[in-house]
Design a protein around this ligand. Structure first.
Ligand code: F6P
Length: 524
């Protein structure tokens, strides 16, 4: 099947079958309310093999999907949907460098960034490895340089969320000497709070921007350069580094040390490129290579495993099931490990920027929902904040429990208690609570997923993130949308420039009355 002309999901027979099938899980208007309903507790009671059959493992990531609202017929129909939609043809095209980013006419080859040297015949492979070697050598040089005590990373969106998340996740590998700071927002409070206590001659600034044109990052970079010069800094070549596809723009700003990457690396998929430099500085070159190796192992699984055992594919199908057939508008991410505290934010951009689309790749409006809202917070904090809604609220919200078997600390008792909480919440959601008191009763059969890593190593983190990337892209491919563009964020940027001028001049001509009022108020 040609990946460009695959049947659209809602025009397949599997889609119609899933619609009929969904009535047993969430009966809609006009459907037979008396038909037997799927009961998750009963599914476990009647089927001792359920947990094992709905568990998957790939590249060191274990996923137990048995607490999902699916039965065997659901799984079969979802796999039929994947086949009807030509998912395999799309996957093969994506992984062979076809221009799957159709609106921008380019490939999405972030997987190439993690292929070991010599493993890929792709024409860009040699350049990828030359940049990687240079960037890792530089990271090691900085780690060995006692005169550098602080690293400030300036970037936003994909040029911030991945490195920020991975630096925290791999903190156990970071030398205590190097303090890492991340500033993304144009809000001067954020940059000011970081700059205030920095030793000017011992600080390294990384300006990370694929385009080197993003207003927030450019404003922060200029302010950092001004701050540096005002305090007697006179070695921009040594203390500023640019990570970008637009080397000329970095040079125009006076930043001559740069590490590049190609435009086929989407911002939200760029952790593996030069954008990962702070991770290599914090955790070391070996750890960064291990991160890539973990992701590459997941790439291999994704490329080769048959659809029914393919972890990214199975999870994407589950996402489609919840979103399009059971009406779930959101999914909650609950990492039970402090190191993964920024994972929900990274995932938010990954899934919502990739799949928050309303037309298919041919420009036709879709007749079904696409990306759900992705949100979450580390357990057990979430338990004391929003789990009430998950347990007794009116929305059906699948929860993703992400746990790590081994702790990286030796405080007695904490890790067992943490893991017990994660298991307990999932079990409570399954069991619900009966009784005659309506206020205390909780519906049973609320779904969750359990994702487990043995330890939060660079390798395991790489595999986990690649799993999410491929799962997201598979959802997009099943919906027939382009997961690799983000035109929805462009208009706001243009209007922001116009408003900035109006805030300076007070001119409100031609703007709506509400915006005019706000401009007047803000000008005081
Ligand atoms: O928020 C929109 C966006 O274009 C993201 O896709 C991207 O990750 C971010 O801005 C930053 O872009 P750049 O790396 O070019 O500064």
């Amino acid at each position: 099947m040609d990946w460009r002309h695959r049947p659209r999901c809602d025009r397949t027979s599997a889609w119609a079958e899933l619609q009929r099938h969904a009535a047993r899980f969430a009966p809609g208007h006009g459907q037979d309310e008396s038909a037997p309903r799927f009961d998750l507790r009963a599914a476990f009671a009647s089927d001792p093999g359920r947990a094992a059959r709905l568990s998957f493992e790939a590249a060191g990531v274990f996923v137990d999907a048995s607490k999902s609202l699916v039965d065997d017929a659901t799984s079969d129909a979802l796999l039929a949907l994947a086949r009807d939609c030509g998912l395999q043809a799309w996957r093969d095209a994506f992984l062979s460098g076809e221009p799957v980013n159709t609106t921008e006419g380019r490939a999405a080859k972030h997987w190439l960034l993690r292929a070991p040297a010599g493993a890929s015949a792709d024409p860009d492979a040699a350049e990828v490895h030359a940049t990687l070697d240079a960037m890792l050598a530089y990271a090691e040089q900085v780690r060995a340089d006692a005169s550098i005590t602080d690293v400030v990373h300036l970037g936003i969106g994909g040029s911030d969320l991945g490195p920020r998340m991975a630096c925290v996740a791999l903190q156990a590998f970071a030398p205590p000497r190097l303090r890492m700071h991340f500033v993304s927002n144009v809000d001067g409070h954020a940059l000011d709070a970081v700059l205030r206590d920095l030793p000017v001659h011992n600080t390294l600034f990384i300006v990370a921007s694929k385009s080197f044109g993003t207003a927030e990052t450019m404003a922060n970079a200029r302010s950092a350069l001004d701050w540096y010069a005002a305090r007697g800094g006179n070695d921009v070549a040594r203390q500023f580094v640019g990570l970008t596809t637009n080397i000329a723009a970095a040079r125009a700003l006076g930043i001559t040390r740069t590490f590049g990457f190609r435009d086929w690396v989407g911002g939200r998929f760029s952790l593996w490129s030069a954008i990962g430099l702070p991770v290599a500085m914090a955790a070391g070159a070996d750890a960064f290579r291990a991160l890539l190796a973990g992701a590459h192992a997941m790439d291999g699984h994704f490329a080769q495993a048959p659809l029914q055992n393919n972890l990214p594919v199975r999870l994407a199908l589950l996402d489609i099931w919840y979103r399009n057939f059971l009406g779930c508008a959101s999914r909650s991410i609950a990492p039970y490990h402090a190191g993964l505290q920024h994972l929900p934010a990274w995932l938010q951009q990954l899934e919502m920027e990739s799949n928050g689309k309303r037309v298919d790749m041919h420009g036709e409006p879709v007749a079904y929902d696409t990306a759900p809202v992705i949100w979450g917070a580390p357990g057990t904090d979430g338990q004391h904040a929003f789990f009430q809604m998950l347990r007794q609220g009116t929305d059906l919200i699948p929860v993703e429990f992400i746990a790590v078997r081994e702790a990286a600390h030796d405080l007695p008792g904490h890790h067992a208690q943490l893991l017990a909480n994660g298991l307990a919440q999932a079990r409570a959601m399954l069991e619900g609570q009966g009784g005659s008191d309506a206020h205390r009763a909780m519906p049973p059969g609320r779904p969750s997923l359990f994702v487990l890593l043995d330890a939060l190593t660079p390798q395991a983190l790489g595999a986990l993130l690649a799993l999410y990337e491929h799962r997201t892209a598979c959802c997009g491919a099943l919906w027939g949308i382009n997961s690799f563009d983000q035109f929805g964020v462009e208009q706001g940027k243009v209007i922001a420039q116009d408003i900035a001028q109006r805030l300076a001049s007070g001119d409100t001509g031609g703007v709506d009355a509400s915006t005019a009022q706000r401009i007047a108020r803000l000008r005081g």
